[in-house]
Ligand binder design. Structure first.
Ligand SMILES: [Zn+2]
Length: 483
């Protein structure tokens, strides 16, 4: 759910291709609604990160095909705060790991089992069951650092051989509902197949050693990786029947624990730890709100607040719960109290900004986002929500600017790009609108819809302009990679 998202009139244009979903019909529809003409300059964005020239890396292809299947078979958490929390953590780890031959994408799966897994080519999945069991963001950094090393070191192809098609079939096991998984279960071979996906001792050690080293370099507490290993090892001892899937693919041994302890001892920590407060508790609360447990969440934090009237965390999370239920004034009141009790409550100024935006208190909203940006200038969400504020005020060129900054900070994320398309639609700049709409489909692995939108954008741009040249090139690549 994206609170505050505007609804647009449903006016599908003539001849909309049949591959366009009702959702996109609405998008195409609003593009026709004319608000006013504004003349801000055309921005030439960098190439879409997921697009590789013809003859792409087989691992990148595996990753894309897996993502398409995963969208159908797995229940992915769509919440943008949760999505960004995991992605930005991943990007911070990657920032100290040197060059990347492909884009890394992180997804959260609504599933209570403790699990995380990495697909060759950079797609990494974390279960909500894991996010809810950990006690700090540092622990998640340990898990993601380890998974990134499996991808970066091509561990899966190193253990299963180079044949991409057999690898993709094996990976189907991660998709509970896939035909391969069902067939395997019918034959009682699921366990044996899962063992085939289990990393060897040597690869686990490599992922631990490098993962811990990089998480420390990125400013996370390396001891948290050890805490996590010990938690899942305990789980195995306490409950040997229902072993968490994570343990099947990443077997924990005393040898692994001893290795991580040795790596931590050998670390020469130069990087200071991050000063920002840990947002994990807020993320865990949002996951519960997404599951419609808001009554329980509110009762719990009201009780906490009555026992400890100074708890800024309880005030803040009550604000979050009321916000998710559309009770903006109540949300704002709790946010203001939380801010007064603890100005460093995680992301409090951003939350205040959103609350004020919903209530039409635009001046206060701007001040709140300015404070949020001063504290976290590289936080994509600060720009995205600032864009929503400008959008609501009908300051469309300013909204474009804010969404562009968000897109620049998180170039592989479809949401700010889609918003750009929407704002350009309102500005009646249909060429730009279709262009960004197409790119957002591309970033969402929706090639057919991307082609439809980019073809329309090409008509507006003309084939001989610089923008037209880029669109033609992108269209060629998408068409060439179609099966
Ligand atoms: Zn592993």
């Amino acid at each position: 759910m994206i609170p505050g998202q505007l609804l647009y009139p449903l006016l599908p244009p003539q001849g909309t291709p049949s591959i366009i979903s009702p959702m996109s019909r609405r998008l195409f529809g609003f593009l026709l609604s004319v608000y006013f003409l504004a003349g801000c300059g055309s921005y030439q964005p960098p190439k879409t990160p997921s697009l590789q020239p013809i003859g792409e890396d087989p691992e990148v292809r595996i990753s894309r095909e897996f993502r398409r299947e995963a969208k159908k078979s797995l229940k992915l958490v769509q919440n943008i705060e949760v999505e960004r929390y995991v992605n930005q953590l991943g990007q911070r780890l990657l920032s100290v790991m040197g060059p990347r031959p492909f884009e890394y994408l992180f997804f959260v799966v609504e599933n209570s089992q403790l699990n995380a897994f990495a697909v060759p080519g950079g797609s990494i999945y974390v279960h909500t069951g894991l996010l809810e069991r950990i006690r700090s963001t540092d622990e998640l950094a340990g898990v993601l650092g380890h998974e990134i090393i499996h991808v970066k070191g091509h561990h899966m192809s190193r253990m299963s051989g180079p044949d991409p098609s057999s690898l993709l079939a094996l990976l189907g096991l991660f998709l509970g509902g896939s035909s391969q998984a069902q067939a395997a279960l019918a034959l009682g071979q699921a366990l044996a197949l899962t063992r085939q996906l289990s990393y060897s001792r040597q690869l686990e050690q490599e992922a631990d050693t490098l993962g811990v080293k990089y998480m420390a370099e990125a400013g996370y507490e390396p001891k948290a990786a050890l805490v996590f290993l010990k938690i899942i090892d305990q789980e195995r001892v306490l409950n040997p029947i229902e072993v968490p899937p994570y343990l099947m693919t990443h077997p924990v041994s005393q040898e692994r624990i001893a290795n991580v302890e040795g790596v931590i001892r050998s670390l020469d920590l130069k990087r200071p730890k991050s000063e920002l407060p840990d947002p994990l508790k807020k993320i865990q609360t949002i996951l519960r709100l997404e599951r419609r447990e808001s009554d329980a969440v509110i009762a719990e934090y009201e009780k906490q607040l009555s026992q400890n009237p100074e708890s800024s965390e309880a005030m803040h999370l009550l604000g979050v719960a009321h916000y998710y239920n559309g009770r903006w004034a109540k949300a704002r009141d709790y946010y203001e109290r939380a801010k007064a009790a603890n100005p460093k409550s995680p992301g409090i100024d951003r939350d205040l900004g959103r609350g004020y935006t919903q209530l039409g208190e635009f001046r206060l909203a701007h001040l709140a986002f300015e404070r949020a940006l001063a504290a976290e200038p590289n936080q994509t969400l600060n720009y995205l929500f600032q864009g929503e504020l400008y959008d609501k005020e009908l300051k469309l060129p300013e909204a474009v600017d804010a969404y562009l900054r968000a897109a620049k900070l998180s170039p592989a994320w479809a949401v700010p790009v889609r918003r750009l398309g929407e704002v350009y639609g309102k500005m009646n700049r249909l060429g730009d609108a279709y262009y960004y709409l197409g790119r957002s489909h591309l970033l969402s692995d929706e090639d057919e819809m991307a082609i439809a939108a980019l073809e329309r954008a090409l008509k507006y741009a003309g084939t001989t302009t610089p923008r037209g040249e880029i669109i033609k090139e992108e269209l060629d690549v998408i068409r060439a990679r179609k099966r």
